[in-house]
Design a protein. Sequence first.
Length: 281
Amino acid sequence: MAKKQQNGGNLRYAVNKKALKNARAQEAQARAREEQRREDREKSRRMGSVFLASFLALIALFCLYTLIHTLFFPAASLSELRSDLLFVSLVALPYLIAAGAVLIHRLNQKRRSAYSERGRRLSGALYLLVLLGCFALFGVQLLTGPRDASQAGVCTQTVQALEESGLPVTKPETIPAFRSLLEWSLETELDCGRSRVLLHAHTEGSGLIPAAFLKQAERDYGEYRDAGSGCRIWEPRDTGGTFRAAVALSGTGSVTVWELQGPREELERLIGVLSTQADTP
C-alpha cells in the first residue's frame, strides 16, 4: 500500500514537473513572440520614418529645383513663368524655410542637451514659431490671395481699347487674380473678332518680377520695336496658318503684356489700340 502511494506521488510529481516545464516553455515562447512583435513594430516604425523623411526630402528638392529654375533659367512661356512664381511664393518658400528649421533642429539635438532649462525652452519655442509662421505664410496666401479683377483698371482699360478697334469683344464674367507674397498678378483670355488676346498683368514693388516677364516676352517673340513711354511692340509674324504678336507696357514696378494670335490685319488693328494705353493716365 505504501509502495503504491509512493508510486502515485512520483507520478504526480512527474506530471507536475512536466506541466511546469511546458508552462515555462510556453511562457518563453510567448515572450519570444512578444519580443518579435515589438521588433517588427519598431522596424515598421523606422521604415515608416525613413519613407516619410525621404518623401519630404524629395518635396524639398523639387521646391529647391523650382526656385533655382525660376530665378536663373527661362520658362517655356509667360503663363508658365507666372505658374512657377505662384508655386514658389505659395509652396516652395514656406516649405523650404520649414525644412531648414527642421534640419537645424535635428542637427542641434545633441548640442541642446547642454543648454540650460531656459535655453531648451527658448529653442523649442523658436522652432515652433518658425513652423507656425511657415504654415501661416502658406495659409494666409491661400485664403486671401485669390480675388476677382474684372473691375481692375488694367482689365477695364483693355476692354475699352479692344472695343475701339471696332471688333466684337468677348470677355469672361470674372477674371481671377492672385495676391501672393511676391506679387499681384492676373492672366485672362479675351476674344476680339477672330483673334485671341491673352492678358498678363504683374505688379511688384522692386520691379524684378516685371523685368523677368519682359525678358521672357523677348525670348518668346524675339526683336521688338520700342514705341516709347515704356511700350514695346512685337510685330505680327506667321507661325504656320496664323499670326502671333505682342504688346508690352512697363512702368515702375509693373508690366502688362498682351499676347495676340489671329489674322494679320486684326492683329495690326489691335496693336494700334493697345499701344495707345501707354498714354492713358
